[in-house]
Ligand binder design. Structure first.
Ligand SMILES: *[C@@H]1O[C@H](CO)[C@@H](O)[C@H](O)[C@H]1NC(C)=O
Ligand SMILES: *[C@@H]1O[C@H](CO)[C@@H](O)[C@H](O)[C@H]1NC(C)=O
Ligand SMILES: *[C@@H]1O[C@H](CO)[C@@H](O)[C@H](O)[C@H]1NC(C)=O
Ligand SMILES: *[C@@H]1O[C@H](CO)[C@@H](O)[C@H](O)[C@H]1NC(C)=O
Ligand SMILES: *[C@@H]1O[C@H](CO)[C@@H](O)[C@H](O)[C@H]1NC(C)=O
Ligand SMILES: *[C@@H]1O[C@H](CO)[C@@H](O)[C@H](O)[C@H]1NC(C)=O
Ligand SMILES: *[C@@H]1O[C@H](CO)[C@@H](O)[C@H](O)[C@H]1NC(C)=O
Length: 679
């Protein structure tokens, strides 16, 4: 598997190389894991807690080197396509599939390690002497989930019927000879009441944030590639879980599948807040009445009338426009079956597959912040946090250097000092929700031992959790403009993936450093208050990026020219600033310590390692069909092109890899917002 030095070829080393260089077993892909992984994880702990640090360092470096080399295609020319050079073997090791995963990337590796840590914490037995009250409740919920398959079918079925009855009648459940009361059905009121009670977004969504009330498209659901298969599984579900008679289940399942498809086809993958339209209730009425009444939806969910001082935003207006046609075209029966089925899906037991996986994923989606907090408490040791804080401070210092450098002279003094203040004011927060009082949040939550469905309903209907901004746990850093802070997800705290105290610093700056710098770059991107001449100069530079990225090609296709250059510009600044910070580190390093900046069995220089680790964070593979869909609605730059775009603007990169002028990674014209490229 790996030609590690024989002196350290213990079984530990073998396992270690497996984790870091997943590459060792090319046939097992990213998301297929179970038992072996846990054993490996346990082993990782053992090794990094070993007290002979020179030994540990040697092992960790060997395994990181193995991992990096595994993803690379060193026979390619770095100056032709640096992404292919760094990530050329990724797809062989972590292939995407038509089914799942449709895309593979480095973030998933981190997430997988993170999920195992969460699982280990949840599986520790509850201990009232150690565990906080909220943690005890979460463990109680999880324990009840592990037993769900022991619930007798009639009891489970009865509970599902009760849930339906809370909101009306499901046509597929009408008894023979009974008429489904179509005139009692009001879809807007039904989905609003479901949202109000359980917080579930069916056909519409509502979220309240400090900025206002967002109403519109639910989180994107992708069309099912295999609709017949989907229909068959819904049919079986209706038969088994609700006791629907087979023939009726057949027609109902086809109708539900068709509806799902119609709905999914109009959805867009846009985070709430991005491109949202401010609206008045009058505007919403003009747009959607009399087909449906969005004001009514909002008021029912909020359980109060709207005030003139409420700020409303419409999220993905094109989706709501589509609902107009769509609602007119389906029968109330179809519509109702779809809504009730979508509701029940959230309460559905899985009769096949791993109970632990199912319960972990429920715990993660229902208690995301508490779980993050548990991991932070367990793993966020002072040394790790201070390592990260140190990188952050150096990145900030680099930003200041950049803005104070004469290559930023095109900015007026006033703008410059405003940007410097902004950089100085931005804080880093490890997003472990330490400011949240979980005791208070879960105080009123009443759970019952061994009654999972009761508990699921209790958690979903638990008051404080419903219309909040959906707390999809962060897996990537983000910038919070309201609080002026960069949020670092707890998953990124995990050492020994992207960075480690055992690895060269090059990797820390190449990965973590650029991620933090990218978010910090977002803190200075708002140009709306700049003076006229700085603004004009900015637009010229911005236009250069727009032209340049419009010339990039992936699989032979050009990227569409886009006015959304903020991400690309942040990428460019990030790698430039983080490289500068790393250079400073190297300059201050004693010559005798320089060897610690190399990796065993790799000939690349420390600066080259910086760039490889940068590129490898963006290694990805995605499945063919999915690729096409992305190309159609590009709102962001594909990862390969992010790497190529940012590096081809950077003199330091070209120098470190000796890319001659005119080679693909060193072609002109180059774009730059601020300077700083001479280190
Ligand atoms: C390292 O651990 C071993 C046993 O695990 C112990 O005998 C030894 O004294 C420890 N060395 C140091 C330097 O702590
Ligand atoms: C829409 O709903 C609002 C709030 O419930 C209500 O005041 C209004 O009369 C409704 N409009 C129509 C045309 O039904
Ligand atoms: C908005 O108006 C309502 C009543 O008109 C009032 O109770 C509420 O305090 C106001 N909210 C804000 C934030 O001004
Ligand atoms: C600008 O940056 C370059 C390269 O890092 C450096 O040599 C120069 O001294 C800087 N100028 C100022 C005014 O800081
Ligand atoms: C940064 O902000 C702190 C207070 O938050 C202030 O004391 C310090 O002087 C500022 N530094 C710069 C360079 O502006
Ligand atoms: C958290 O909330 C509980 C219950 O409301 C309260 O007793 C406790 O003092 C709070 N803790 C903190 C640190 O505010
Ligand atoms: C992942 O890689 C594929 C090519 O394998 C590309 O088409 C796709 O856009 C990439 N996805 C992202 C998020 O960059």
């Amino acid at each position: 598997m790996e030609n590690a030095s024989p002196a350290v070829a213990s079984s530990q080393l073998v396992l270690l190389i497996l984790i870091a260089g997943i590459a060792g077993c090319a046939q097992g892909h990213l998301l297929s894991q179970p038992a072996l992984e846990l054993r490996i994880q346990a082993q990782e702990q053992l090794i990094s807690q070993h007290n002979d640090s020179a030994y540990v360092q040697r092992l960790m470096r060997l395994s990181k080197s193995a991992e990096m080399r595994n993803y690379m295609q060193p026979e390619l020319q770095p100056c032709d396509n640096f992404y292919d050079y760094s990530c050329g073997n990724w797809a062989k090791i972590n292939p995407a599939n038509t089914a799942s995963p449709r895309e593979t990337n480095y973030e998933q590796l981190l997430l997988k390690g993170y999920h195992h840590k969460q699982q280990r914490l949840l599986q520790r037995s509850a201990d009232a002497a150690i565990d906080a009250e909220a943690v005890l409740k979460l463990k109680e919920f999880y324990a009840s989930c592990l037993h769900y398959r022991e619930t007798p079918l009639p009891v489970y079925r009865q509970q599902l019927l009760e849930i339906v009855a809370e909101f009306g009648h499901m046509p597929a459940l009408a008894l023979p000879g009974q008429q489904w009361p179509a005139d009692e059905f009001d879809w807007v009121a039904t989905v609003a009441r479901i949202k109000r009670k359980y917080g579930l977004d069916i056909l519409l969504r509502l979220q309240v944030s400090p900025a206002g009330i967002y109403v519109g498209q639910p989180q994107q659901i992708r069309p099912q590639p295999n609709r017949l298969g989907r229909a068959a599984s819904i049919r079986e579900w209706l038969v088994w879980n609700l006791g629907v008679e087979r023939e009726l289940a057949e027609t109902t399942s086809l109708e539900i599948t068709n509806m799902e498809d119609l709905v999914a086809r109009q959805m867009r993958d846009i985070p709430v807040g991005v491109l949202a339209r401010p609206r008045t209730t009058k505007e919403l009425d003009e747009l959607y009445l009399p087909v449906y009444n969005l004001t009514k939806y909002i008021e029912l969910v909020l359980d109060r009338p709207l005030n003139p001082n409420d700020t409303l935003y419409e999220h993905v207006p094109s989706y709501q426009a589509h609902l107009l046609d769509f609602v007119a075209g389906v029968s109330p029966q179809m519509h109702a079956n779809y809504i009730f089925y979508s509701l029940l899906e959230h309460f559905s037991y899985q009769w096949a597959g791993s109970v632990v996986d199912h319960c972990m994923s429920k715990a993660r989606s229902l208690f995301p912040e508490l779980l993050d907090n548990m991991v932070l408490r367990e793993y966020g040791d002072a040394a790790t946090l201070s390592d990260i804080e140190a990188v952050w401070l150096q990145i900030k210092r680099s930003f200041r250097d950049m803005l104070e450098n004469d290559t930023a002279d095109w900015l007026s003094l006033a703008v410059r000092s405003q940007l410097l203040d902004q950089i100085n004011a931005t804080r880093l927060l490890v997003n472990g929700h330490e400011d949240v009082n979980f005791t208070q949040i879960y105080e009123q939550l009443q759970l019952k031992p061994r009654d999972y469905l009761h508990n699921l309903r209790a958690v979903l209907s638990h008051d404080s959790l419903k219309t909040k901004m959906s707390a999809a746990p962060l897996t990537a850093p983000s910038y919070d403009a309201v609080e002026k802070r960069v949020l670092l997800p707890v998953a990124l705290l995990q050492p020994n993936y992207l960075w480690s105290r055992y690895y060269p610093r090059a990797l820390r700056y190449g990965s973590l450093g650029t991620l933090l710098a990218h978010e910090l770059a977002h803190s200075i991107e708002d140009v709306s208050h700049w003076d006229h001449s700085s603004m004009i100069a900015y637009h010229k530079r911005w236009a250069c990026f727009k032209e340049q990225y419009g010339r990039l090609r992936l699989n032979g296709e050009y990227l569409p020219k886009s006015d959304l250059q903020a991400e690309n510009i942040a990428d460019n600044l990030a790698v430039q600033v983080s490289y500068h910070a790393y250079s400073k580190y190297l300059q201050e390093l004693a010559p005798s310590a320089l060897s610690s900046e190399q990796l065993p069995q790799m000939t690349q220089s420390p600066r080259q390692l910086f760039f490889i680790s940068y590129a490898q964070f963006w290694c990805n593979d995605s499945q063919e069909r999915f690729r096409d869909r992305i190309a159609l609605l590009v709102s962001y730059t594909p990862s390969a092109l992010r790497v190529l775009g940012a590096l081809s603007n950077l003199d330091s990169f070209q120098r470190d890899f000796a890319c001659i002028s005119g080679s693909p990674m060193n072609s002109s014209p180059k774009c730059q917002l601020y300077g700083l490229s001479l280190d």
